[in-house]
Design a protein around this ligand. Structure first.
Ligand SMILES: C[S@@+](CC[C@H](N)C(=O)[O-])C[C@H]1O[C@@H](n2cnc3c(N)ncnc32)[C@H](O)[C@@H]1O
Length: 243
């Protein structure tokens, strides 16, 4: 995994009834007014540290080897928190993936567009009507509320805490949560700056999809698709029922 100094930092709208939080290039005058309500914004927290996922961890055994079977055979409950995903196409695609994989709720944070935007349906193709969603101007605050409500936050991200999704500890944790009926919220980040580090701090796990090529990350909607299918239908889960 590579750690690179980031040029990104969070700004937050100062209007009490807005509070939009979004990443901006550190020091840039852009974003000094809120793109939603036009009130002044302020810098918050330190600059992001971004993490790529550049090295496959070939030394790790495959999860199948040691993953215990879930006691009740039911599927892992998965939701996703989208932290400042800027692209309409990506978010539409994530609705379609959520519909397909059975991700039961999308929490749309910061500038992430919602199905109220008419162009989101171009890639969601109707899934924007089937997948429940909610909007949160401050994804960081939303993450805290989800934790307080008992959801288990897992960031999809690189960084020093990150372990491969194929690490046996991930399959074991998924099996435990399948058995207990708890819900995992996968947190995915902005296309360039990644997940807000303050949100990563709130996550009980940080997991990544190993990268074996020249790139150190996947398209964010692809990352959601791979992770959601692995966690819900992968090792230890029930066989896929016919559609
Ligand atoms: C394009 S990536 C952001 C890349 C950014 N340069 C960084 O290093 O954080 C956007 C989001 O997709 C998800 N993502 C992309 N590739 C991933 C991978 N290999 N493993 C886990 N998450 C990944 C993460 O949620 C990430 O925040």
């Amino acid at each position: 995994m590579q750690e690179t100094p980031s040029q990104y930092r969070a700004r937050r709208c100062t209007a009490p009834d807005c509070g939009l939080r979004f990443p901006v290039t550190d020091g840039s005058p852009l974003g000094s007014t809120c793109p939603l309500c036009r009130a002044p914004t302020e810098w918050v927290d330190a600059a992001y540290v971004t993490h790529g996922v550049s090295s496959p961890d070939a030394s790790l055994p495959r999860a199948e080897a040691s993953a215990p079977e879930p006691s009740d055979g039911s599927r892992l409950r998965v939701e996703a928190l989208l932290d400042n995903i800027r692209s309409l196409r990506n978010v539409g695609s994530m609705f379609r993936t959520a519909d397909g994989a059975g991700v039961s709720h999308l929490h749309l944070g910061g500038v992430t567009p919602t199905p109220e935007h008419p162009k989101l349906a171009k890639t969601a193709l109707g899934a924007e009507r089937s997948v429940p969603w909610s909007r949160h101007l401050d994804a960081c605050a939303a993450a805290g509320e989800l934790c307080a409500a008992g959801r288990r936050l897992w960031a999809l991200e690189g960084g020093p805490r990150s372990v491969s999704i194929f690490d046996p500890s991930v399959a074991r944790a998924a099996a435990e949560l399948r058995a207990s009926g708890d819900t995992v919220v996968l947190v995915l980040g902005h296309e360039v700056s990644g997940v807000d580090p303050r949100i990563v701090d709130l996550c009980e796990r940080v997991i990544h999809l190993p990268m074996v090529g020249i790139k150190d990350s996947l398209n964010v909607s692809v990352a959601l698709g791979v992770a959601a299918y692995l966690l819900r239908f992968g090792p230890g889960a029930d066989p896929v029922a016919p559609h």
